[in-house]
Each structure stands twice: as C-alpha cells, then as structure tokens.
Design a protein. Structure first.
Length: 104
C-alpha cells in the first residue's frame, strides 16, 4: 500500500471553509481520478514546535495499491487538483507532501 500524505497548515480564519471544501469537494474529486482507493483527513492536535497562532494543521492521506497509480495521479491530475486549492484559498495555507509505503 502506498500512502500519499499531504500536511496542510491553514489560517484559523479560513479553517472551517477549508475543511468543508476538502470533505465535500476536493477529496471526492480526487477520488474520482480512480488513482486512489481510500482517503482520510486528520486534524493534528499537537505540534510541539508550532502554535495554533500560525494556523491549524491537518493531514490528508490518500491510499493507492502501487506506485503506478500514484504516478498516474501525479502525471495526469495533480497540477489541476493543486490549482483548485490555490484558486480558492490563495496564500491562506501551505502544504507539504510526502509519500509512504505501508509495511504492516
């Protein structure tokens, strides 16, 4: 299992709008690409090196069977999906992306 992990810090003032957009629009649209089989949205409740004054941190995880599906997403869909976030929220957030392989 491959997990595409996106850590997002969103300004507190835009948090509720962003969460609603993620759950009702962005994540379902991403699933429609057919590249992933499951997704989760987590709220980071403690970040020892940060304060909530800087924003609120979330982690979106998307699961796919292999690197092939992930690469298809990156090559065919990622730029459009990322642009949708920038178009809607501009500089109200930052995102950091990682790729993980599930071992157990």
């Amino acid at each position: 299992m491959i997990i595409y992990n996106v850590t997002i810090k969103i300004l507190k003032a835009r948090e509720q709008e962003w969460v609603k957009w993620m759950m009702e629009e962005h994540m379902p649209e991403l699933m429609k690409t057919g590249c992933f089989e499951a997704y989760h949205l987590h709220n980071l409740i403690q970040d020892i090196e940060d304060t909530e004054e800087d924003g609120v941190t979330y982690v979106a995880q998307y699961h796919c069977k292999s690197l092939k599906e992930y690469e298809t997403y990156i090559n065919e869909h990622a730029s459009k999906m990322r642009q949708a976030g920038f178009d809607r929220f501009g500089n109200s957030f930052i995102a950091f992306r990682t790729l993980m392989k599930q071992l157990v």
